[in-house]
Design a protein. Structure first.
Length: 364
């Protein structure tokens, strides 16, 4: 019995050092496409980092990230957790009615107040005496529709809506929740589907005082779309189609990117074969950009403070404006905006998802 224990320990030791050696030898990956995040790189080796214990801590994280066939092992772990141990979720992601959903829980009131402070700073600095008309619309994530009904943890969304309206009492609230349902979102991703939110755009447009009448042609990407929850959950989820809406108005619009001083179209189809095909909409996460509509029937201008949900919705508002400026304060300090944006006599829309507001530390 003792000999068997010795051989077991020896085998495990060989396996551990073998895997560690492979992690040292094989080229380190820099980015996980499935998880949509950067991977840990080989830590700094010095007498100081060894003495502090930092090297071993960082090396453990590096080994976990660079483990050979890591994605296959993640898939196996997820399958065992779900099918053998009956675990309802993996990495806080569960599947309900075929939809992968991230549990957004609990409600973080401090995060909402922080978001309110960031928006208040923008209001006081740029909007209070600008003559602009200010609006707020909040986008629920899928957990709003599926959480409680499927027996999973779900935050108090109604309280979130209430707090944000109180924080932004200077803005007219546009309620879009009744226009949305689970089917309006991707099954494997956090975002909503552009072809499903035309009615949402019309509702927002009506509140802003514009009428949206254009019809759209639906186009479909060639490859299947696997959203962020596909990789993060490591569950065996099917791919789905990603559509985008176009018409003559959108095809003639130009989008100026302040980050690289380049102009593109509304849809950046080169992103269709990138790490995240959702980034075809307005080229993905960009701090500051402007949509110009040369065929606008009005001189009205719109400024949208937004997160990534706005990338697919805002093009549907282009018909009603000569220019639309999009600001993402996760990537630009709001104190710098006066260098690029004129806030005088504009329509201003704060369009944010519940996910970003409940994790608002990303707002600058």
């Amino acid at each position: 019995m003792k000999n068997e224990s010795k051989w077991t320990v020896l085998l495990l030791a060989v396996l551990f050092f073998g895997v560690s050696l492979l992690c040292w030898i094989k080229p380190a990956g820099e980015y996980s496409v499935t998880e949509r995040r950067k991977l840990e790189q080989f830590p700094k080796l010095s007498l100081e980092t060894i003495a502090e214990g930092k090297f071993m801590t960082d090396f453990e994280e590096y080994t976990l990230d660079q483990f050979p066939m890591r994605d296959r092992f993640r898939e196996l772990k997820a399958w065992v957790s779900q099918n053998i141990f009956g675990k309802a979720d993996n990495n806080d992601i569960y599947v309900s009615d075929g939809y992968a959903v991230k549990m957004e829980y609990p409600l973080k009131e401090d995060a909402l107040h922080y978001a309110g402070e960031r928006f208040q700073n923008i209001y006081e600095k740029y909007l209070k005496d600008s003559g602009s008309r200010i609006y707020l619309s909040l986008i629920p994530d899928k957990n709003y529709f599926l959480g409680e009904n499927s027996g999973h943890l779900s935050m108090d969304y109604e309280k979130l809506f209430e707090i944000m309206q109180e924080e932004m009492s200077y803005a007219e609230y546009i309620d879009i929740t009744e226009l949305l349902d689970t089917e309006d979102y991707y099954k494997t991703d956090v975002h909503w589907r552009q072809e499903k939110i035309v009615d949402v755009a019309k509702e927002i447009g009506s509140a802003l005082g514009i009428t949206l009448e254009n019809q759209y042609e639906i186009k479909t990407l060639e490859d299947k779309f696997y959203g962020v929850y596909f990789g993060q959950s490591a569950l065996d989820l099917p791919g789905e189609e990603l559509h985008y809406l176009t018409n003559e108005t959108l095809e003639q619009c130009t989008v100026y990117n302040y980050e690289n001083n380049k102009s593109l179209g509304v849809y950046d189809l080169e992103k269709a074969v990138g790490n995240d095909p959702y980034e075809i909409y307005l080229s993905g996460p960009v701090s500051l950009m402007k949509i110009e509509n040369p065929n606008a029937r009005t001189e009205k201008e719109l400024i949208v403070f937004r997160d990534s949900f706005g990338s697919s919705l805002v093009p549907l508002l282009a018909e009603g404006y000569q220019t639309i400026t999009l600001v993402d304060i996760r990537y630009i300090q709001s104190d710098f905006l006066s260098n690029f944006v004129d806030f005088t006599d504009k329509d201003v829309l704060f369009l944010y998802s519940t996910v970003v507001l409940n994790n608002s530390e990303t707002l600058k």
